[in-house]
Write a protein that binds this ligand. Structure first.
Ligand SMILES: [Zn+2]
Ligand SMILES: [Zn+2]
Length: 368
């Protein structure tokens, strides 16, 4: 392609299936089956089954196979991080997103215009995946899950330290930690090891396959035995990881005097931890907080920002103050792992220190 620079809206459009690149002939993280999908990472809201062709990193393709079976699509193409390839009439390059193992941003370029679809990303330390890379671009497409100034994630290592301090303080109590099965759970395990804890980290059966997958990809997580239901009573003092839904389940009450913990960016909202019955909230997120969203936008040098979902309005407003054109895309259907998210009303209420709203009025799904 040559001549006039391509308008960004010709390079990437919103369709009912999600973001679409007509000159490339593909969709990015489509919500419904399409002929050709480019997938940023393995979380279920981004990586869905049933597409014709799928292009993604080797790890993401393998995660999709673990989750959906080997025949999750008709044909697949492996994207190598950092390597530009031609797809239709555009150039495509995957760059590390720092979100989960295999996660990538997707840079799409044609006619002198470059758009980067970041997928989900974070800037914090994560021993289990390649760190986020700044890709200079004209248009930066970002999510805004934690796009309010109230969201500032502390150092994840400090949160893991809190967990281990509690384990030392209550050696007779089991510590049951809710964590998303893909990424968060393995990141916690790796951080727990970095903090010097070398005992077994017991895991709920739902975490087993993906934990084994991480180990097979060379991530050292130590001894992670699966909890045997009949032996829960013997696990006083143990560290136990489980999916978030299990911390409120009968499953977790059979452990000796359990301390329930939950590792999520939402744990910044105190009412949220209380409402979930979480005794030990751990603010550990695989998404950017407010500061890292702004920093990343500025570092890309993008003159234009598209905000896919989350707290779009606040981030769009902030961009305006920086002289960056921004627009909310209001994409529905994204939010990791089907966790229920507090309404923005509740967030505002919490950030102004009013009492939390009663149950109800919640909608949509959320991220970790
Ligand atoms: Zn994700
Ligand atoms: Zn997501």
């Amino acid at each position: 392609m040559s001549g006039m620079p391509l308008a960004s809206t010709d390079l990437l459009k919103i369709t009912p299936q999600g973001l679409c690149c007509p000159p490339g002939g593909f969709h990015v993280d489509p919500l419904r089956p399409v002929p050709k999908a480019l997938v940023t990472h393995g979380h279920a809201d981004h990586a869905r089954a049933g597409h014709g062709a799928v292009m993604a990193t080797a790890e993401t393709l393998a995660i999709m196979a673990v989750r959906y079976g080997a025949d999750f699509c008709a044909s697949r193409q492996e994207a190598v991080l950092g390597e530009a390839v031609r797809v239709g009439d555009v150039s495509v390059r995957f760059a590390p997103a720092g979100h989960v193992l295999g996660s990538g941003q997707i840079a799409i370029e044609a006619g002198g215009t470059r758009i980067v679809v970041s997928g989900d990303y974070k800037r914090q330390v994560d021993p289990t995946c390649a760190p986020f890379e700044i890709v200079p671009c004209d248009v930066f497409v970002t999510e805004a899950t934690f796009g309010l100034p109230v969201f500032r994630h502390p150092d994840a290592r400090q949160e893991v330290r809190k967990l281990l301090d509690s384990v030392a303080l209550f050696p007779e109590r089991a510590h049951i930690v809710g964590a998303y099965a893909l990424g968060k759970a393995q990141r916690l395990m790796a951080l727990i090891r970095e903090e010097g804890y070398d005992g077994p980290i017991h895991i709920h059966g739902a975490l087993e396959r993906l934990t084994e997958f991480y180990k097979a990809h060379g991530i050292a997580l130590g001894d992670t035995p699966k909890v045997v239901t009949a032996e829960r009573k013997t696990l006083g003092g143990a560290v136990v990881l489980c999916p978030p839904s299990a911390i409120q389940d009968l499953w977790s009450r059979r452990f000796p005097d359990p301390v329930t913990a939950f590792a999520s960016g939402w744990m910044r909202v105190r009412g949220r931890a209380r409402q979930k019955g979480v005794e030990l909230p751990l603010i550990v997120s695989d998404h950017c907080d407010w500061d890292d969203l702004g920093r990343s936008i500025l570092e890309t040098g993008a003159g234009e920002v598209w905000v896919t979902h989350g707290q779009e309005d606040a981030l769009v407003h902030w961009c305006g103050l920086q002289g960056i054109r921004a627009r909310p895309l209001h994409l529905l259907g994204y939010g990791d792992e089907g966790e229920v998210e507090p309404s923005s009303v509740e967030l505002v209420a919490t950030s102004t220190a009013r009492p939390p709203l009663p149950e109800g009025g919640r909608a949509g799904t959320a991220a970790s």
